[in-house]
Design a protein around this ligand. Structure first.
Ligand code: ATP
Length: 359
């Protein structure tokens, strides 16, 4: 079922938590709402669930405007960070509960519980109480309770944040598989870019109640729409330098003693240059820089560099270079890894390579 947010605004008193949100989620799509704490992602999800009213705008699910529909009538199931299982009920009882509330007869309930438990591999645990389960198993029961209702849309609010790193990785894979099998629309709230990047088909990046970009993970990473997205996505973060675009043979970016050739479409004037750590390279004919810090991570090394003009850059290097702190090296920035952003508050992306003409 498709989900359309049309100019949705949410105010709490005089504070605006969500500003004129437009978002079109395709039927069966897995979308992540991603952003730092307080950016409005949970409020957005809660409006879709019917747990929060809209101040302005409309939300449509399929052909229906749902603004005034109570949560129970929306054909939506929500899974929370706190699993909110009933401690006195067994796993089977917890999964069956939404059906019991709806008055589904016992035999049908039992069949549905069995089917759901099979999908989530919970069959051996059906007679246990929640406190006899691991965190991952509890989260699976919470998913089961959503699944058993067979909703059109699943909403998930940071469902993995209580799990340890290994279990999170495992549950990410399970959720991807579950989405593939069910083919239902899923909207997933997280502040964890790894979750969003690995699971979602498209990511809605939010900040300060504004949608910053809504694109496939690789587009968000490779063509961030503005400076906020550029810095927020990627670990270590993209390097950003404030400077000037000037004309030499072609446009060049100048900052802190660095002169970096840009694509021919770069406009002159103040701008910010972005370059990811993997696009900072050692090369004999590059600009001089001193190694300030070396952080080996095992398969690679993160290196902090300082240029002669005092700019600090993070670089991602192979593990075996034997780099030492204090060494003077020479660096270049990969031409294809250069992102240019406007110098104003919006910091929107500037395409400095002309777009190829349509065939
Ligand atoms: P987190 O990851 O911390 O949950 P979030 O991006 O999900 O953050 P929201 O919970 O949507 O953020 O909150 C967005 C903003 O709205 C925050 O500044 C929050 O303090 C505010 N807010 C949320 N609910 C209310 C409320 N009931 N009354 C007043 N302000 C609220």
């Amino acid at each position: 079922m498709e989900v359309i947010f049309d100019q949705v605004v949410k105010r709490f008193g005089t504070f605006t938590a969500v500003h004129g949100l437009d978002l079109a989620i395709a039927p069966g799509e897995f979308v992540a709402l991603l952003g730092p704490s307080g950016c409005g992602k949970t409020t957005t999800l809660r409006m879709l669930a019917g747990l929060e009213t809209l101040t302005e705008g409309t939300i449509r699910v399929g052909p229906k405007t749902v603004n005034d529909l109570p949560p129970g009538k929306r054909d939506i199931a929500m899974v929370f960070q706190s699993y909110a299982l009933y401690p006195h009920m067994t796993v089977a009882g917890n999964i069956a509960y939404p059906l019991k509330k709806r008055g589904v007869p016992a035999a049908e309930r039992a069949a549905k519980v069995k089917e759901t438990a099979a999908i989530l591999q919970l069959e051996p645990l059906l007679d246990r109480k929640p406190k006899q389960l691991s965190g991952g198993q509890q989260q699976r029961v919470a998913l089961g309770r959503a699944l058993v209702r067979d909703p059109q849309i699943f909403l998930l609010d940071e469902p993995l944040s209580n799990l340890d790193a290994k279990l999170r990785a495992h549950m990410r894979a399970e959720l991807i598989e579950l989405h593939r099998r069910l083919g239902k629309t899923m909207v997933y709230v997280t502040h964890d870019q790894l979750e969003a990047m690995t699971m979602a088909q498209r990511i809605a990046v939010m900040s300060g109640g504004h949608l910053q970009q809504f694109d496939a993970p690789e587009t968000v990473y490779n063509r961030p729409a503005n400076r906020f997205v550029a810095e927020f996505i990627g670990t270590p973060s993209m390097n950003l330098l404030d400077g000037m675009v000037e004309m030499a043979d072609g446009p060049v970016f100048k900052a802190a003693g660095l002169t970096v050739p840009l694509g021919p479409a770069a406009p002159q004037g103040p701008a910010a240059l972005g370059v990811r750590p993997e696009h900072v390279r050692l090369s004999d004919d590059g600009a001089p820089a001193t190694i300030r810090l070396v952080e080996p991570t095992g398969h690679e090394t993160i290196v902090m560099l300082e240029t002669e003009g005092g700019a600090r850059l993070t670089a991602r290097m192979p593990a075996n270079l034997g780099l030492a702190m204090g060494t003077l090296v020479a660096i270049t920035l990969d031409p294809e890894g250069l992102h240019l952003f406007a110098a104003d508050d919006d910091g929107r992306r500037i395409d400095h390579h002309p777009t190829p003409a349509a065939p």
